[in-house]
Design a protein around this ligand. Structure first.
Ligand code: PGA
Length: 256
């Protein structure tokens, strides 16, 4: 049976004290309202990771942890970077790869995204690969081809165990803007992404949507045949994030 996946991308928010607080709140909510058909992941800043994994272990919580980025090289002279083994040693299971903010502001091109996805999976992490067009590409009507090319580039040459790769469709114009993509837009792009993924031969890939997902629109967006969400702003408060998880649970509990 398919399981939903809801990932909270905290971005550059919450220091380790705030992170502990939010993780504790989420652990309590998920223990009292179990979401048995949803994998729930939080992606805190690097400096919070150890505190967050400690809270999860102490609370015996089902929450899992992602890093927001990783360097594809195993070690060495890369000031300011973090390597895959450093994350797995901290019991981090997931990593976000190629978020549009990293592609746009930190020079991550398709080739580096692909290298990072390969290194992450080879090192035992599950990769959440982000794709998505900006407003200009969509205005020119080129969004389908653009996103298809991003998927093919990111997953090319990737050999991954089933379930270890996730693709998140995050149109840049919908991120942090309150302009959520419509169900029809998301459904169209999920289909494009599933076809591109099939062409790469990578199996068991769940497709997420991200971009101004909230507690209010999550249930409706599940109708777009997505397997879940990558949530930014609404993941910073326990109640709104938990409500998105609950929307996934009600959608999947009936055996989607
Ligand atoms: P948002 O961010 O939910 O705040 O739009 C989503 C993301 O960038 O992952």
């Amino acid at each position: 049976m398919r399981r939903a996946l809801v990932v909270g991308n905290w971005k550059m928010n919450l220091d380790h004290v705030e992170a502990v607080h939010l993780t504790q709140q989420l652990a309590v909510i998920l223990a009292s309202r179990p979401a048995e058909h949803v994998d729930v992941v939080v992606a805190p800043p690097f400096v919070d990771l150890r505190s967050v994994t400690s809270v999860i272990e102490a609370e015996h919580s089902v929450l899992e942890v992602a890093a927001q980025h990783v360097n594809p090289r195993p070690a060495g002279a890369h000031t300011g970077e973090i390597a895959v083994p450093m994350l797995t040693r901290l019991r981090v299971r997931w990593v976000i790869v190629g978020h549009s903010e990293r592609r746009t502001h930190y020079g991550m091109d398709d080739q580096v995204v692909a290298e990072t996805a390969r290194a992450a999976v080879a090192g035992g992490l599950r990769a959440i690969v982000c794709v998505g067009e900006d407003e200009d590409v969509r205005a020119r009507g080129e969004h389908r081809g653009f996103v298809e090319a991003q998927v093919l580039a990111a997953l090319s040459g990737l050999s991954a165990p089933e379930g270890d790769v996730v693709v998140a469709y995050e149109p840049i114009w919908a991120i942090g803007t309150g302009r959520t993509a419509s169900v029809a837009d998301v459904a169209e792009m999920t289909e494009v992404i599933r076809a591109a993924v099939a062409a790469t031969g990578v199996r068991g890939v769940r497709v997420l949507y991200g971009g101004s997902v909230t507690a209010d629109n999550a249930a409706e967006l599940f109708a777009a045949d997505v397997d879940g969400f990558l949530v930014g702003g609404a993941s910073l408060r326990a109640e709104s994030f938990a409500a998105i998880v609950a929307a996934g649970e009600s959608c999947y509990a009936g055996g989607r």
